[in-house]
Ligand binder design. Structure first.
Ligand code: OAD
Length: 255
């Protein structure tokens, strides 16, 4: 056992029926996608209000659309990392498993995870703010490419926006409801690569803990929830997660 030399943790993991995982930008950092906070974080260099709000989009559609297209280009050129793949493996091993993500990059799905609960939307999807028509990435690219001002318009004349949650906007109701339910019912809750500073996502580990879940954090530094977790595993998720899942597999075989 590389990580799980804690007897209590071993007993809890062996018996656990329901695993819930919450991921944040740190999980995709090793794929080459910048996080939001911290030294190299997006919000250190750019103001969220100027780029990630409906007002910003409406007033500066060209600039905001260009920024999202730039982020899509980065994501297109990345691959899921061992942390994403380990979570896909954990989904297969655990009796019940829910993966909740704040990430909009779709890398969990590309790694093979199923039924991912996306709290902040998906950057590859777009829709018209007027008639709600959905655009696939290919359809959007086509419109964007033929538009020198980078102001994408729908056939109806409305602006086309990315399907992401901006500051001041509500989270998709069904997703957050599912996330709350799963967290409340979890036996083990893993919070991975998130600074746990943005609510309501940051409430989920706290809710899990209040409902007697065993809280495990994987992060390269301590976070806003480190003082309430049962185990804090410090390091890179792409390195720790494969070891964690391997240990869990050994525990299951050991029954
Ligand atoms: P943050 O950028 O706030 O935090 C990233 C976390 O990942 C930090 O705690 C880092 O220490 C940690 N980290 C970085 N690299 C890591 C690695 N390789 N392995 C493990 N941990 C690592 O990102 P989030 O918590 O996801 O919202 O941010 C939450 C929300 O704030 C985002 O979804 C976004 C942003 O504003 C919206 O856009 C609505």
């Amino acid at each position: 056992m590389i990580l799980l030399n804690d007897n209590r943790a071993i007993q809890i993991l062996k018996k656990a029926r329901r695993f819930v995982v919450l991921t944040g930008a740190g999980v995709s950092a090793e794929s080459g996608i910048p996080t939001f906070r911290g030294e190299e974080g997006l919000w250190e260099k750019l103001s969220p209000e100027e780029l990630a709000s409906f007002e910003a989009f409406y007033n500066n559609t060209g600039i905001v659309s260009e920024w999202y297209q730039h982020r899509r280009d980065i994501i297109h050129n990345t691959e899921p990392n061992p942390g994403h793949f380990a979570l896909t493996e954990l989904q297969k091993l655990a009796p019940n498993f829910d993966l909740i993500t704040q990430n909009v990059d779709g890398l969990h799905q590309r790694a093979g995870s199923r039924d991912v609960i996306e709290l902040h939307g998906n950057i590859m999807e777009n829709y018209c703010i007027n008639c709600n028509l959905q655009y696939s990435q290919e359809e959007f690219d086509e419109i964007y490419r033929h538009n020198p001002n980078h102001i994408p318009h729908c056939y109806c004349g409305g602006l086309i926006r990315p399907n992401v949650v901006w500051f001041g906007e509500a989270l998709p109701e069904k997703s957050i409801e599912k996330a709350y339910q799963a967290s409340m019912q979890s036996d083990v809750f893993l919070s991975i690569g998130t600074s746990a500073q943005v609510s309501p996502a940051s409430n989920l580990p706290r809710i899990a803990k209040q409902n007697n879940s065993y809280l495990i954090e994987i992060n390269k530094t301590s976070t806003a929830i480190s003082d309430i977790v049962d185990i804090h595993l410090e390091g890179l998720s792409g390195e720790i997660l494969p070891m964690f899942v391997n240990d869990y597999r050994l525990l299951l075989n050991d029954k």
